[in-house]
Design a protein around this ligand. Sequence first.
Ligand SMILES: [Zn+2]
Length: 124
Amino acid sequence: MQPEKLARFKTLLLAALQQHTEHVRDDQAAALELSDDGVKDTVDLSLMDVNKEMALRLGERESQMIADIDQALLRIEEGSYGKCARCGKLIDERRLEALPTARYDAACQAIIEAANGEDEHSTL
Ligand SMILES: [Zn+2]
């Protein structure tokens, strides 16, 4: 990939990284706040636990995204960015624009998702 394009994706990834880092901080602050406040109010306690759990779970998802971004940045450093990790073909740049952390090209992604089954998509 051309250095200018790599630099552009790097900028995109760094911006996303910052955004997600802030989300995680917010989520953790929210979770802490929930556990600090309202302890005296036993009626709302169960609801509070649910909220806290949600906040923590959101944080987990954000952490996963941060890990993905980190790996994409690492691939930029290694020079393997933009190449499919499964078949080695170049990933379509429009796909990278939409999903800068993409590790596979569209064809391989479809194969992997099919192999993983449907539970990837069905949330609760
Ligand atoms: Zn592939």
